[in-house]
Design a protein around this ligand. Sequence first.
Ligand SMILES: [Zn+2]
Length: 232
Amino acid sequence: MQSDEKYKSLVSFNRLILAVPHPDDETYYSAGLIQRLNSLGKFLKVIVMTKGENSTLRYGVLENENLPDVREKEFMKIIRILGVTHYALNKFKDGGIESESDKVSKYLSSEIEGIKPDAVVTYEPSGVYGHPDHVALTKIIEELSKIYPFEIIYLTVGSSYNTFEDAVHMAKDPDSIKPIEPDLVLKLTSLETINKLRAILAYKSQFKFDLEFVWKLLRRRLLTREFLKLNV
Ligand SMILES: [Zn+2]
């Protein structure tokens, strides 16, 4: 078990919200964190803002199948795999977090007022790879942190992660993307790693399972490590 100061700060939080824009964001960057917080008996609500209907990826999805329905089913699978008891999959517009920011902020305010979290977990300010929804949601949460008494835990990546080979084409300004450095590297247990892999594989409409995919996962170390930045 990790014993450094930052890990102690992480586990000192008792009530947390993890908020991300798209189904699968919660899995790639924080499936281990979700499992860890659950196993420590923390209150955690996983909030996904959109059903990811604008994804151009539809692996294995039939012509007559509706992508948001498929992604919702996939999300429900990972909820079970990761042992999540509190969650919400919302219907804000995929790609519309910024244009709907007032509505999103209002919704999150009501969640925060109900849950009274001591920490909210979300993407680091450049959204790891600059997706406008990631960036916009983080901005909204940063604004809310000035009103409500919670700390922000940022999800970020390690130095071996090369943003530019990823989805930077979705970014408005690719040159400005520089994920912040983590100050806590969460080392996943074998069980957490296995469940994270199971969860990633459950999102089968969103990736092509081939050697390149496996290689990417391994090289980024995202299966065994998660990278966090705590502001405390
Ligand atoms: Zn996303």
